[in-house]
Design a protein around this ligand. Structure first.
Ligand code: UGA
Length: 443
């Protein structure tokens, strides 16, 4: 009976996820939902206390509910590494790998976790890298554990890169386009396959180096697609063509695909900017100069400056002009401001002496940590209020709330009806019909 029951439901693993950031917290809640017994550890005690009280450290649709559903049952949060590691069979490392000033990834948190595992390892463990890391990091994790281990215990290291997007993280976890597992042993392969057995997705089994490289290559390729279409948008501006139609027609070609062909103010967030840089860095270190990616980065940087320049062409002098910035987070459905295009755009405007009305449905609080309320900066939750008396509206993040705005009402309250649509979100013809001057990106 017990045997057939086990066969029907499969093995429930004792999993420890290290890191309660976007990847770690989402993966913890989702592994618990899949039926595994999960403890998510983070050395930030305050963060763990808050999560235990039901307060999530970031905005992500659905995460509050999923944590609430599983907490105290399959899911626990702790700041005690030692016990959590000792009690687990599988340890996922999901700590941050922020960029250093030279573009390389700062892997000190990864090393720290590996050393902590080494000090607390008491039986066979599978240690899985989930953070985005440069190729050959798995090798370093293995070396670190061997260097610091107190007891000689068998362990395996594996790589299982995460491909989830912020804002759609839970959906992406349960319905991924693929699951990649980089392994060195049949035992590790079996465990990872069992952990993910309920998820229907192509499973790609590789060695560890290949798995790590797949993640950097995927993010860099997506960033390349964005910079490519942004470069095409520049040509469209110069030639009087419409980039939206260009990308629509290009995307119909199945070999190209329609995703990530939306021209705009450029990519941001904590993944693409740092991963492109880190991929350039590791390639150089290995002996290859990835010049294509250098251009990808350059195009992305220029995109934001060009956007402000185009507003300047219309308004001439920006000093004391009031400008509404709609959307601050790096993309909709998140409050994440890390490397958001809005930051550079706001800084350009502030340098020119413009007065800014900043407005975002979720990230005003995060933005206030970067731009304090003051003479030049005011915050608004209500976009209509944000646009009142303005000389220009800059749409920087395409939140749904902004798409449905009543432009007629907005126009009545503005000083000068200019829209700079950094995401090509508004209906251009409609805006012009209403009497707006319209600046798009490549149309
Ligand atoms: C990205 C990848 O899409 C995920 O697969 C990956 O797991 C994640 O990085 C990561 O490495 O953790 P994310 O950074 O959450 O996910 O956001 P995306 O939806 O990929 O958007 C990134 C940026 O590109 C945003 O600023 C977005 O506005 C911009 N973008 C996206 C465009 O400018 N144009 C497009 O057509 C698409």
């Amino acid at each position: 009976m017990a045997k057939s029951e086990k066969k029907a439901t499969g093995k429930r693993y004792k999993i420890c996820v290290v890191g309660a950031g976007h990847v770690g917290l989402v993966a913890s809640a989702c592994f618990a939902e899949l039926g595994h017994k999960v403890v998510c550890v983070d050395n930030n005690k305050q963060k763990i206390n808050r999560i235990n009280k039901g307060r999530m450290p970031f905005y992500e649709p659905g995460i509050d509910e999923l944590v609430k559903k599983n907490i105290g049952k399959n899911l626990n949060f702790s700041s005690s590494f030692a016990g959590s590691i000792a009690r687990s069979e599988v340890i996922f490392i999901a700590v941050g790998t922020p960029p250093k000033s030279d573009g390389s990834a700062d892997l000190s948190s990864i090393e720290n976790v590996a050393a902590t595992i080494a000090r607390n390892i008491n039986s066979y463990k599978l240690i899985v890298g989930k953070s985005t890391v440069p190729v050959q990091t798995g090798q370093k994790i293995k070396e670190t554990i061997k260097r610091y281990e107190k007891k000689k215990v068998t362990f395996d290291v594996a790589s299982n890169p995460e491909f989830l997007r912020e804002g759609k993280a839970i959906y992406d976890f349960f319905y991924p386009d693929r699951i990649v597992i980089g392994i060195e042993s049949k035992r590790a392969e079996k465990i990872l396959k069992e952990i993910y057995r309920k998820i229907k997705a192509p499973l790609i089994v590789t060695d560890i180096n290949t798995a790590e490289l797949i993640k950097h290559a995927s993010n860099s390729f997506l960033a390349t697609k964005i910079s490519f279409i942004n470069a095409v948008a520049r040509i469209c501006d110069l030639a009087g063509a419409d980039v939206k139609k260009v990308s629509l027609a290009m995307g119909k070609d199945k070999r190209i695909g329609k995703e990530f062909l939306d021209a705009g103010v450029g990519y941001g967030g904590f993944c693409f900017p740092k991963d492109v840089e880190a991929f350039i860095y590791i390639s150089q270190k290995l002996g290859y100069s990835f010049d294509l990616l250098r251009q990808v980065k350059k195009i992305n940087d220029i995109q934001k400056a060009t956007f402000v320049e185009r507003v300047k062409e219309y308004l001439w002098i920006l000093k004391r002009k009031r400008i509404a910035i709609l959307g601050l987070s790096f993309k909709p459905d998140t409050d994440d401001m890390r490397f958001a295009p809005s930051i550079d755009i706001i800084n350009f405007f502030l340098k020119e002496g413009a007065m800014l009305n900043l407005c975002d449905p979720q990230s005003n609080l995060e933005a206030k940590k970067i731009f304090k309320t003051g003479r030049q900066v005011k915050y608004f939750r209500n976009p209509y209020r944000a646009c009142e008396g303005c000389d220009c509206i800059c749409l920087v993040t395409e939140w749904k709330e902004f798409k449905d705005l009543d432009l007629k009402k907005i126009k009545r309250s503005m000083k000068y009806p200019l829209i700079a649509d950094g995401r090509n979100m508004f209906d251009k013809d409609k805006a012009i019909k209403l009497g707006f001057e319209y600046i798009g990106v490549g149309r």
